[in-house]
Design a binder for this molecule. Structure first.
Ligand code: GCU
Length: 380
């Protein structure tokens, strides 16, 4: 169990020869080398683009362990992949043979030899050990409902870096509403995880209040085996595979696909799935009116001129021109020519300036029939 609030100062013990973290910096997706793999920045952009209300899995917010704010949510960003962003409090548990005067000897989960995990050796993250609400399904994210168990792999992103980590310890209790050890908390990780991410790792004065994104991969194939001396290496060895699995599957490396159904529509529009060939869970069908629009949030790691490629269909006999605006500023009109029918999808592209981070793309029909059906937009 964690003990972050009652801890005493931790003197960092002699460093072991452990794998270096993936110290990848924010690369511009458009200029990233065309390798068959995703950079940390590209993978994080995919994760963030999918941290949408529609993908939220908890119905009550979690508590940020550092700030105590009840504002942390968990999102299913891919099938079986769950992400949250919170702070990081430092867990020193199981730190033998680096005795911290305050640490507890036991972590909830053990290494493959049955030893408690060492917080100074193994990068691990902490989750609640029960459903605080004691109802099922749990209104909070509860690992047991999500095909997760001890040593479940996660990527942790912070400040341009990404590391591999494992589920190592839990927040106990279900009724300590005013304490600092509440199973609704999210945002604690081991000394080693903090060190690898460049976060101050002292059990008493370390940690960071916000900005750590943890992406958890469920299922038995993502359980990491090993001992206290090999688990760090074994977790880091999975980082690139995990980053790549966040890609859009068949997408061009260096580009990122955003589904229209992650966005919003003006009045009268609907998200439909009645025409075959869409990607994701459906497509946007904007209302049949001039000025009706579909809005799609996209995230890029760096500012720059990007190509937006819309995948759309127009099964009528006339093109459906639409104005493309970015963050409220019109960037031109795209024609969206007809397709053979509503099950046939084509693409239309336009170059626009994007800002680093979140951007809102709006497709506004200029004629009385409104815009075409929009499946997705790819940023490259
Ligand atoms: C049809 C089609 C819709 C489309 C609409 C339109 O109803 O099934 O998917 O959006 O036409 O003309 O916009």
């Amino acid at each position: 169990m964690s003990s972050i609030r009652t801890r005493l100062a931790v003197a960092a013990a002699a460093a072991l020869a452990l794998a270096a973290p993936f110290a990848l910096t924010n690369a511009d997706a458009a200029t990233a080398p065309a390798a068959a793999s995703l950079t940390a920045a590209e993978a994080l952009a995919v994760v963030q683009a999918n941290m949408t209300t529609a993908n939220k899995v908890n119905t009550k917010p979690h508590i940020n362990t550092m700030t105590r704010a009840q504002n942390v949510n968990v999102y299913q960003v891919k099938p079986g992949v769950y992400a949250y962003t919170s702070g990081m409090a430092i867990d020193t548990d199981g730190s033998d043979p680096d005795p911290d005067p305050d640490h507890q000897g036991e972590t909830t989960w053990e290494d493959s030899n049955g030893n408690a995990l060492g917080a100074h050796h193994v990068p691990f993250y902490v989750l609640g050990d029960d459903c605080w609400d004691r109802t099922s399904p749990c209104p909070h994210f509860f690992y047991r409902e999500r095909s997760m168990s001890g040593r479940q792999f996660a990527l942790m992103f912070y400040n341009g870096k990404v590391i591999g980590s494992i589920f190592g310890d839990t927040q106990t209790a279900n009724s300590q509403t005013t304490s600092d050890n509440d199973s609704r908390e999210l945002g604690e990780a081991s000394v080693k995880a903090a060190q690898l991410l460049g976060i101050p790792s002292s059990g008493t004065t370390g940690g960071v209040d916000n900005g750590v994104t943890v992406v958890m991969f469920s299922g038995s194939s993502w359980v990491v085996n090993g001992t206290n001396s090999t688990l760090n290496d074994n977790a880091q060895a999975l980082v690139q595979k995990a980053l790549d699995s966040l890609g859009t599957g068949g997408g061009t490396p260096g580009s990122t696909l955003f589904e229209a159904e992650s966005g919003t529509l003006s009045t009268g529009g609907t998200f439909d799935s009645n025409h075959a060939g869409f990607t994701g869970t459906g497509f946007a069908n904007p209302a049949n009116a001039a000025g009706a629009y579909a809005e799609i949030p996209v995230t890029v790691s760096a500012a720059g001129t990007k190509t937006l490629t819309f995948r759309y269909s127009d099964g009528t006999t006339a093109a459906r021109p639409a104005t493309i605006s970015v963050n409220g500023t019109s960037r031109g009109t795209l024609n969206f020519p007809i397709t053979a029918n509503w099950d046939t999808w084509s693409t239309a592209s336009i170059s626009v300036p994007l800002t680093a981070g979140a951007n809102t793309i709006r497709v506004t029909g200029t004629t009385a029939v409104g815009a075409a059906n929009i499946d997705s937009v790819t940023v490259s």
